[in-house]
Design a protein around this ligand. Structure first.
Ligand SMILES: C[S@@+](CC[C@H](N)C(=O)[O-])C[C@H]1O[C@@H](n2cnc3c(N)ncnc32)[C@H](O)[C@@H]1O
Length: 283
């Protein structure tokens, strides 16, 4: 069944800095007839790429029905709609309910990925979230708020893995987070970092440990729009050459001179007649 002639793009608007938009996202924003953007989290400079004659709506005061009414009216008129979400739309983007309506109305739509605040925060911290020997797993989660957590996804359950944790939507719950993580076995000395409004002019970075996280967040008066990262990965000492590191933390083999893989022979195997690199490009 043919749907309306227009098209909807669900666009990842990134964490703030407009230079973190993908080229595709920028081109779509520049050419769209209608822009609906999450004005609580998407930087105004991202929307500034819109055509001067584009119809622009902030979504923070709109409910789902109102957003979809604007969207459906536009596509029925053959227009292109850019629905700009913060970060990457797939992470706490509340896009499923929008897509269900677009599907029901046979509207053509596409998702354009963006830089999640999780990765912008890691970049700001100069952190590799998957440090060999530290953690090879990253859990992105939130603490329970108005949305309840499914069974097995309480912080204490996830903490049992001891891996790198990235927490969205949780900055007002630092006291409970610290309590749960310590009860689950994270030492009080576990490194923690908070990045508030990464990519915005008023960005703040806090580094500490589980022992002082709650107090530092309180002192900085951060109550929203922050990412919390917990684990050895955000230990600033990792960046110091020759520093006395956590015994479990090592560096990747991938670029070590004696590591052989699909694309490169390790030093000791160079010149060996029958050297057969392993079929992997993984560290
Ligand atoms: C509704 S979620 C959207 C997440 C978004 N889709 C993403 O991928 O970054 C909102 C939460 O994302 C985080 N967040 C979004 N933008 C941020 C920013 N610029 N700096 C720090 N955290 C941010 C905060 O945890 C905030 O409470």
């Amino acid at each position: 069944m043919a749907g309306p002639k227009g098209k909807v793009y669900i666009v990842g608007g990134g964490p703030g800095d407009p230079e973190l938009l993908t080229l595709k996202a920028k081109a779509i924003i520049e050419s769209s007839d209608v822009i609906i953007y999450a004005d609580s989290l998407v930087h105004p400079d991202v929307v500034a790429f819109a055509r001067p004659d584009a119809e622009i709506h902030g979504s923070k005061t709109l409910n789902l029905g109102e957003i979809m009414d604007i969207t459906l009216q536009a596509v029925r008129e053959g227009k292109t709609v850019a629905r700009i979400q913060s970060g990457d739309p797939a992470v706490y983007g509340a896009i499923l309910e929008q897509m269900q309506i677009l599907e029901a109305e046979h509207v053509d739509y596409e998702i354009i990925p963006g830089v999640s605040a999780a990765f912008a925060a890691a970049a700001r911290l100069k952190a590799e979230l998957t440090v060999p020997g530290g953690s090879q797993t990253v859990i992105m989660t939130r603490v329970e708020g108005r949305v309840s957590m499914p069974p097995g996804e309480q912080l204490r359950d996830l903490a049992a893995h001891g891996c790198t944790l990235v927490l969205f939507l949780s900055i007002t719950r630092t006291t409970g987070i610290v309590r749960e993580l310590i009860e689950a076995g994270y030492p009080e000395s576990t490194p923690v970092a908070v990045v508030y409004r990464v990519g915005w002019p008023d960005e703040k970075v806090i580094r500490g440990t589980l022992a002082d996280l709650a107090e530092k967040v309180r002192a900085a008066k951060i109550t929203l729009q922050a990412i919390i990262i917990v684990g050895q990965a955000v230990d600033p000492a990792l960046l110091n050459p020759g520093a006395d590191l956590h015994p479990d933390v090592s560096t990747s083999h991938l670029y070590s001179e004696d590591y052989t893989h699909l694309y490169r022979l390790g030093q000791s195997r160079r010149g060996a007649a029958q050297a057969t690199p392993s079929a992997t490009d993984e560290p």
